[in-house]
Design a protein around this ligand. Structure first.
Ligand SMILES: Cc1cc2nc3c(=O)[nH]c(=O)nc-3n(C[C@H](O)[C@H](O)[C@H](O)COP(=O)(O)O)c2cc1C
Length: 336
């Protein structure tokens, strides 16, 4: 994987944290960037500016303090609204605008946004031209391979994107109709990569260094988007980076490091969201971190009833202290 550029930005590597609503908030983005991601993308922000006054939307639009370059994803189905939203986010500090035409979530698709747009190529063209014209930062696009298997128009949309001045394209190897079922396929991504000259990033089911190598080789793409595999495992970026550079696998992080990262993540969540919301959001992250460790199920059942930041951190410390005691060896390498 050679150096990846998005407009004026050269990324440290082509490993990108995929946008995930409810997951890739600022604390998680900062963590993934520090642990090796070349780029992190915000949760999607609706293009309907009348909804921006909720606490949730306001928190999504804090770009200050984000690792650079700051990529902010917008979602919507109206060209003018998306153009306005792009401009407003650039004013708030976005350095890259990413347009979501890849998400099948109902909330987005009911308003004919996200991947539902792929069905209407004229509208796609209108949106892309409007957003590119509205801002002077790079505009990237995230798509699926098509609307459904009978209408796999990802390649056509990719060409529309290139024509419209989109700087880079991420492709999730499923159609909108596939939702998250079945295995991501990479043949269509390879065909798209061959058909356009802008950087293309592959996405879908990349969950290990070996899989990353495989997808890069199978598609010839410039980089990879990693989503679910980073949940509770933000160090996956450095693991993949190391493997791609050296062909060697890094050992799994020691428990003591997992504990340190998790406590740091919790503290950042509590600080960013405040105690009430921070405690609630911390629960799902903690569940992901500990999912593969023995005793995780019992721990979670109890942890999810705790309702203060300090007690959450104390209980996590206790969990790791117990694991440490129960290990007869040196406490290494249990976090897969
Ligand atoms: C909880 C969750 C939230 C997501 N939210 C978004 C989103 O806001 N915008 C988007 O383009 N894709 C979104 N996605 C899709 C991911 O970016 C990615 O395309 C998908 O998860 C496949 O990649 P993966 O197999 O590496 O997870 C979301 C996925 C998940 C699991």
């Amino acid at each position: 994987m050679s150096a990846v550029r998005i407009g004026p930005y050269t990324l440290r590597n082509g490993l990108i944290l995929a946008p995930m609503a409810g997951v890739t908030d600022q604390p998680f983005r900062q963590l993934c960037k520090r642990l090796g991601a070349g780029l992190v993308v915000s949760e999607m922000v609706t293009s309907d500016m009348s909804l921006w006054n909720t606490r949730k939307s306001r928190l999504r639009m804090i770009h200050e303090g984000d690792p650079e370059p700051r990529s902010v994803q917008i979602a919507g189905g109206d060209a003018q609204m998306l153009a306005d939203a792009a401009r407003a986010n650039v004013e708030l500090g976005a350095q890259i605008i990413d347009i979501n035409m890849g998400c099948p979530a109902k909330k987005v698709c009911n308003k004919a946004a996200g991947s539902a747009l792929l069905k209407d190529e004229d509208l796609v063209t209108e949106i892309l031209h409007a957003v590119v014209a509205a801002v002077d930062v790079p505009v990237t696009l995230k798509i699926r391979t098509g609307w459904d298997r009978a209408n796999k128009n990802g390649l056509t949309v990719a060409k529309i994107a290139e024509q419209a001045g989109i700087t880079a394209l991420a492709v999730h190897g499923r159609t909108r109709a596939d939702l998250y079922t079945g295995e991501a396929e990479y043949d269509t991504i390879a065909a798209i990569k061959r058909a356009v000259s802008i950087p293309v990033f592959a996405n879908g089911d990349i969950d290990s260094p070996e899989k990353a190598r495989y997808v890069l080789d199978a598609t010839g793409v410039d980089g990879l988007l990693i989503g679910r595999a980073a949940q509770g495992r933000p160090w996956i970026f450095r693991e993949i980076e190391h493997f791609l550079l050296t062909g060697e696998k890094l050992p799994a992080p020691e428990l003591i490091e997992v504990e340190r990262i998790l406590l740091e993540h919790l503290a950042a969540l509590h600080a960013f969201y405040g105690d009430v919301m921070g405690v609630r959001i911390a629960r799902k992250h903690v569940g992901w971190y500990l999912a593969t460790l023995p005793g995780a199920r019992e721990f979670r059942a109890h942890f999810n009833r705790l309702d203060g930041p300090q007690i959450q951190c104390a209980y996590v410390r206790e969990f790791f202290a117990e694991r440490d005691k129960s290990l007869t060896g040196d406490g290494k390498g249990v976090a897969a």
